[in-house]
Design a protein around this ligand. Structure first.
Ligand code: ATP
Ligand code: MG
Length: 254
């Protein structure tokens, strides 16, 4: 392997080759996207934009190992996660990925502490270590004073902070956030964007953000748009986007 291909290979967290998703639905198959070729680089913040129904969430499910592509390969490092069986995929997910969704899916009857800590305990982490990690994450997202509050009693913005703490508690290498500010008012959304971008830079973490908020997107390292089944550089801010070509693949990646 030459120096160039080594550096490209080690720089890419994800590499998709011919990634295609077709849903088999009642009225007929729905091709959401086909033949996507792209890379996500280690430590970058990547925004994915696109109209409603363009397939952003579908793509995030594939990246997070929650769903399998219809065809194509999706490499995480050197491993094609498209070919993993359920148990191996779950392990990949637990080890590498932190998720934040628009609807945070927290347990409202439980405290912030319990919500963040529970997945760690389920994964077999010792109570003391899980508790320490939980407290550190809740402090990091600015919720030190709310750890024993029930999540159902917290504001929308505070709940999203709990969800971010939960996503990062197990120290994932990749953060996937699908419209993390979608349900929040403008100012609360801005605070969550600051928090996410700050966390991403400090760690550093590879972060993929799906958003309809173009101001948020333009603060990320790169912006790609899902449009008519393809993934293309999002253009308005010109210098934001790049088009690397991997020597290990004949075509070009976005
Ligand atoms: N499980 C499914 N079965 C059949 N079709 C689906 C399924 N999930 C999504 N789709 C379809 O795939 C397309 C892409 O959906 P997806 O949720 O990925 O879009 P999106 O870009 O995230 O949209 P939004 O911005 O509204 O969240 C839509 O046409 C949707 O109806
Ligand atoms: Mg969506």
């Amino acid at each position: 392997m030459n120096t160039v291909s080594q550096s490209v290979a080690s720089d890419a967290v994800f590499r998709a080759v011919g990634l295609t998703k077709i849903y088999a639905s009642g009225p007929g198959p729905i091709t959401v996207f086909s033949n996507l070729n792209f890379e996500v680089r280690r430590g970058e913040s990547l925004a994915i934009v696109g109209e409603s129904g363009a397939g952003k969430s579908s793509l995030m499910y594939l990246l997070g190992g929650l769903d399998a592509p219809t065809s194509g390969a999706l490499y995480f490092g050197n491993q094609n996660i498209a070919g993993l069986r359920d148990a191996a995929l779950a392990e990949f997910r637990n080890r590498e990925i932190g998720f934040v969704w628009q609807n945070h899916s927290l347990l409202p009857e439980f405290t912030a502490l319990e919500n963040v800590m529970m997945p760690l305990l389920i994964r077999g982490q010792a109570h003391q270590a899980a508790s320490a990690a939980t407290m550190a994450r809740l402090e990091e997202v600015g919720l030190k004073a709310r750890v024993t509050h029930r999540v159902g009693e917290l504001s929308g913005g505070e709940q999203q902070r709990v969800a971010i703490a939960r996503a990062l508690a197990s120290d994932p290498s990749v953060l996937l956030a699908d419209e993390p500010t979608g349900n929040l008012d403008y100012h609360t959304g801005e605070a969550i964007i600051e928090l996410l971008l700050g966390l991403q830079k400090r760690r550093p973490l590879t972060a993929i953000f799906v958003t309809h908020n173009l101001a948020f997107a333009s603060r990320c390292n790169r912006v790609l748009e899902l449009r008519e089944g393809t993934l293309v550089p999002w253009a308005p801010a010109g210098p934001l986007v790049e088009n690397p070509v991997s020597p290990s693949y004949g075509g070009s990646y976005v």
